[in-house]
Design a protein around this ligand. Structure first.
Ligand SMILES: Nc1nc2c(ncn2[C@@H]2O[C@H](COP(=O)(O)OP(=O)(O)OP(=O)(O)O)[C@@H](O)[C@H]2O)c(=O)[nH]1
Length: 812
């Protein structure tokens, strides 16, 4: 629903904002200041009220002359109907004003665009000589009467400035002849505007006389510029700068015009298409609004229309599994056996992914083992992996992370191939692994299921070829295809800032072919591909589907997991700009939200050490009494701070003050007035109304006890055993623990117990499960943790985790 600010409405109504605010208050419409917004209904209401008032004056003869001397606002005269339409798009349409004899079909923009030479930018007054003859002074035609059953006045419609006790307008039929300029306007009918122009002509008189020299000057200045384009194209939004460029105008002119219309904008500010249309019309330009430029929709992958262009592409594989089950060893084994065997030369590079060949077919492996990378990518909506290889150590069986990996792969709809590793170990028990997996729904083929399970020894490089064969087999079933002729799109696998080369990203092309010189966007970054290097350190000029390559040419380091799309350079910049603007807006919104929550939270958590109060009472005597009593409630720890006290009803100002200061309002024998009640709908303010002073004191006392600094008691969370310690030179000692009881949380305090003696009490400074930071780890799981300012941790130490919990106290 279109809303308008008070000052805008005031301008439309040709009255001071102050006046309007007063009027609004009279009508019980809540508006605090010039910038308060008014709904359509509210505007309609105030207009209706003003109109009624005016009608009253119309009956008084002679009032015309007493109309305030303030000159009418000429903007109102020429404000195109599009503006009004924009302001009141959903209002019940008022009964139509009497149509001139030549009714014109409803146009989107009622005021025709004026040729640029018609008027100076400063004053939108149409040249006098081109205006229709005006009736003699005092015989101005009346404003067209609204039908008796009129609904609310449409927003933006001018409030009649003078009583329409004037003769009827000259027959409109004569007018088109005299209004030649309008003929230039692409045949737009303008007849219906004539009464309006006539009416306003009179009002303009004094202003014109007064301002003529200045306007002439302005007109002279502006004349040479009046050759801007007649029709411009814009999107759903446009910045002032862009619009000015399109209109071949100075941005300052546009800003000034908008200021006149009651809108304050900056050069880089976006305005919507409606506002831009109105603005452009003011300068004699027509606007064509192009359909929404939805960047993301534009970037969405279109399905291939020509199946003949689809070519088989290598599968992209991720290796997952429980810690120490051999993921890294397997990835190394594959790389060494296949890369070294098939390609001579080239030093293998760890770029985050690599390709191997098997029977002349390529397989792409994502070189970062574990499901963190996998899930991080999925979280960003990137689906890179075609097949997941689940490594399960034959001697260890299914472990918690094995289950997690299965769940992740399933959630992503990625087929799983199981590699039963460490088959070389004497204690290897593949059947136990199969049984455990079958219980999880992964039934081996030989048992009648459809999960391929390949026994391997990553360490001994055994079963690797067979595993690759299985991967190709599954890939065949998946019929992985892509169109190499398309512009590339894919995913950023890894990214970093290289000292010599700048931002470097490893990407996997998923469709199309990426070429040196291409422009691509990835999130809010864009790159002009300067160079591409493959996993063997070779420079490539192009990379087809499923190829992992390092890309140089990013302006900044893009985020891993982000998808990229090759687009035209111009579009790339636009996309990045749009995305950045969206991101900034989201961040700003999040910040604003957080601040609000912060304040609320601070009050709730009792971080504020005094209770701010606003006290209102019916008479001075009670006010003094209640304030005195409340002030006496001050204790050592918590006090009452009466930030405002007054006699009379609780007003909107009281609410705003209380809201801003987190205060509670105490009302004694008074109630909130209309505006205050409205404000209360929006502001979270606690208003307490009393008729007995004692009750007020009692409640405040209770509130104060909530604010008292609480006492704390220890709550035991859990216990863990240190099983291994690692020393990391820059970080300190990391304790590899097993949670035996309860849980460990990141914000917990910890007691280190060695041989039954507490040797340290401190805080957990870091808590990880595998490589991920976690908030808590439960009983039966392993975790890595560090203790703040304490590195003397040893294997076998016992850790006790606890938190201090607040116990609320009360005042006596
Ligand atoms: N005997 C034997 N040991 C293996 C085999 N594969 C891996 N290992 C050993 O198991 C240990 C863990 O192997 P990694 O490859 O580091 O295991 P991972 O799953 O990558 O471990 P994280 O990276 O810590 O998750 C290493 O000591 C390997 O040498 C295997 O096939 N046989």
């Amino acid at each position: 629903m279109a809303k308008k600010r008070v000052h805008e409405v005031a301008k439309e109504l040709n009255m001071e904002s102050k006046e309007l605010l007063k009027k609004l208050a009279d009508l019980g419409i809540e508006a605090k200041c010039n910038f308060s917004t008014l709904s359509e209904e509210e505007i309609a209401k105030v207009k209706a009220a003003l109109e009624n008032k005016e009608k009253g004056t119309e009956e008084e003869p002679g009032l015309v002359d007493k109309v305030p001397s303030r000159p009418p606002d000429r903007r109102l005269i020429e404000r195109p109907a599009a503006f009004e339409k924009k302001l009141a798009p959903k209002l019940p349409s008022p009964a139509p004003a009497p149509e001139p004899p030549k009714p014109a079909p409803e146009k989107k923009v009622l005021i025709p665009p004026k040729p640029p030479t018609e008027k100076p930018p400063e004053g939108e007054r149409p040249p006098r000589e081109k205006r229709p003859p005006r009736p003699p002074e005092g015989k101005r035609p009346p404003r067209p009467e609204r039908a008796p059953d009129k609904g609310p006045r449409p927003l933006g419609e001018k409030r009649p400035f003078k009583a329409p006790s004037l003769p009827s307008p000259p027959p409109p039929a004569e007018k088109p002849k005299e209004r030649k300029p309008e003929k230039k306007m692409k045949g737009k009918p303008v007849d219906h505007l004539i009464p309006q122009w006539e009416e306003e002509g009179e009002k303009l008189k004094s202003k014109l006389v007064l301002r003529r020299p200045k306007e002439k000057e302005a007109a002279k200045e502006a004349l040479p510029e009046k050759t801007g384009p007649r029709v411009i194209q814009i999107g759903e939004t446009v910045t002032i700068k862009e619009l000015a460029e399109k209109m071949q105008r100075r941005a300052a002119e546009l800003i000034k015009k908008l200021m006149d219309m009651g809108m304050l904008v900056t050069i880089n500010q976006e305005i919507d298409a409606d506002t831009a249309t109105i603005l452009a019309h003011e300068f004699g330009c027509e606007v064509e609004v192009k359909p929404a430029f939805d960047v993301e929709a534009l970037l969405a992958e279109e399905p291939e229309t020509d199946p003949s262009k689809l070519k088989p592409r290598p599968p992209i594989v991720t290796v997952m599994g429980h810690v120490d089950h051999g993921k890294t060893t397997l990835l190394d084994a594959i790389r060494e056996t296949r890369v070294a065997a098939t390609e001579a030369g080239g030093i293998t590079q760890h770029i985050g992914a690599y390709q191997v060949e098997k029977d002349g077919r390529k397989i792409t492996f994502i070189d970062t083992p574990g499901h963190e990378a996998f899930t991080a990518m999925r979280a960003r909506g990137a689906k890179v992996t075609d097949i997941a290889v689940l490594v399960v150590a034959a001697d260890d069986g299914v472990k918690p992370q094995t289950v997690e990996a299965i769940n992740h792969a399933r959630a992503a709809g990625v087929p799983i191939i199981v590699a039963i590793n460490k088959m070389d170990k004497p204690e290897a028990n593949p059947d136990r692994v199969k049984t455990q997996l079958a219980e999880l729904g992964l039934v081996p083929e030989e048992w009648g299921g459809d999960t391929i399970m390949q026994p391997i020894s990553a360490l001994k490089r055994q079963g690797i070829d067979e595993l690759l064969e299985m991967i190709l087999l599954v890939a065949d079933m998946l019929e992985l295809k892509a169109n190499p002729e398309r512009p590339a799109r894919g995913t950023i696998i890894e990214s970093r800032l290289d000292r010599g080369r700048g931002p470097v990203a490893t990407v996997i092309v998923q469709n199309g072919t990426l070429k040196v010189g291409d422009t691509l966007v990835a999130g809010t970054q864009f790159a002009r591909v300067r160079a591409m290097i493959d996993d063997r350190g070779r420079k490539l000029s192009q990379a087809g589907p499923s190829t992992p390559v390092e890309v140089l040419g990013f302006s900044e380091v893009p985020e891993a997991g982000e998808t990229f799309v090759v687009v035209e350079e111009r579009l790339a910049k636009q996309i990045v700009e749009k995305r950045l603007a969206k991101k900034q807006a989201e961040e700003a919104q999040a910040r604003a939200k957080m601040l609000l929550e912060d304040v609320y939270q601070r009050i709730k958590e009792g971080q504020i050490k005094e209770l701010p109060l606003v006290v209102k009472a019916d008479v001075q005597g009670s006010l003094e009494a209640i304030c005195r009593a409340l002030s006496q409630l001050r204790t050592e720890e918590v006090g009452v701070n009466i930030i405002h006290a007054g006699v009379g009803a609780i007003t909107e100002t009281d609410i705003m003050l209380a809201s801003a200061s987190g205060a509670i309002i105490i009302g004694f024998n008074v109630r909130p007035d209309v505006n205050a009640r409205k404000a209360l709908e929006k502001e979270k303010v606690d208003v307490r109304l009393y008729q007995v002073i004692y009750d007020a004191i009692k409640d405040v006392k209770a509130a104060l006890s909530g604010l008292l600094e609480p006492e704390y008691r220890e709550v035991l969370l859990g216990r863990a055993e240190v099983r291994k310690t690692f020393h990391v030179s820059r970080l300190g000692t990391i304790a590899g623990c097993y949670v035996q009881e309860g849980k460990v949380t990141r914000d917990a305090q910890v007691r280190v117990i060695r041989d039954g003696v507490v040797i340290h009490t401190g805080k957990v400074s870091s808590l990880k499960r595998f490589k991920d930071d976690v908030k808590e780890v439960s009983q039966g799981f392993e975790c890595g943790l560090m203790i703040e300012n304490f590195n003397d941790i040893k294997e076998g130490d016992e850790l006790e985790f606890f938190v201090m919990e607040a116990v609320q106290r009360t005042l006596d």
